[in-house]
Design a protein around this ligand. Structure first.
Ligand SMILES: Nc1ncnc2c1ncn2[C@@H]1O[C@H](COP(=O)(O)OP(=O)(O)OP(=O)(O)O)[C@@H](O)[C@H]1O
Length: 204
């Protein structure tokens, strides 16, 4: 569903990761691991084509991708129901009622998203993925703000998505109990360009 060859990514003009390679098929999950600042968000944004790669290739259809960033990206004045209906209309995808059930949102359906708690907003944001109908979910720290029960709802949604032929790439520090591969990004840390003292002129 997606394959990456010799990919280099950058942030703020600086190389962050180099030589990243992997391929992911339908039904598979890939978890990105690595310390703070290694480049998980930068890689996910690049895979979602929100920023261009520094070098290398990303193979796969961008229209397969639904991306959920750190920020929840909700329409704060719309209700839970209206948010899901909006995204279902935009993507022409899945069933909002299934998403409401999967993330236990029935009792919140008439509440404006702006009036939800952080964890409730996160549940709505993840429910949104289901109505996109997209096959490849790219998720940045999806469980932030979720309580233990909501983490289980999320894990079970991911399992169903994989079983239905979807795929997921996510950065998370917690073990979701999902069968999947782990990609440690530490070995792909980009080397900074060598410092040339001659170029520093009279500044040293
Ligand atoms: N807005 C920015 N401008 C410039 N550099 C940035 C910016 N945001 C992040 N960086 C730098 O880019 C590098 C990669 O950051 P990134 O957010 O991708 O890491 P991460 O692995 O997702 O980190 P975390 O686990 O803390 O979320 C880091 O060295 C970081 O300092």
């Amino acid at each position: 569903m997606i394959a990456v060859r010799d990919l280099g990514v950058s942030r703020g003009g600086m190389p962050v990761l180099a030589g990243v390679q992997f391929a992911l098929s339908s039904g598979e999950a890939l978890v990105l691991r690595g310390p703070n600042g290694i480049g998980k968000t930068t890689l996910l944004r690049t895979l979602a084509r929100l920023q261009p790669p520094l070098c290398g290739e990303i193979l796969g259809d961008v229209d397969d991708i639904a991306y959920a960033a750190h920020a929840d990206g909700l329409k704060l004045t719309l209700t839970v129901d209206e948010n899901l209906a909006f995204w279902a209309r935009v993507f022409g995808g899945g069933d909002p009622e299934a998403a409401i059930r999967a993330f236990d949102l029935a009792s919140l359906r008439d509440r404006p998203a702006g009036g939800l708690s952080a964890g409730q907003k996160r549940r709505l944001s993840l429910a949104r993925l289901m109505v996109t109908g997209r096959r490849l979910w790219i998720l940045d720290e999806p469980t932030v703000s979720l309580d233990a029960a909501s983490v289980q709802l999320f894990a079970s949604t991911i399992r169903s998505h994989l079983a239905a032929g979807g795929a997921a790439i996510m950065a998370t520090h917690i073990d979701l109990g999902i069968e999947g591969r782990v990609l440690d990004l530490a070995p792909f840390k980009a080397k900074l360009p060598a410092f040339d003292a001659d170029d520093a002129g009279g500044f040293l």
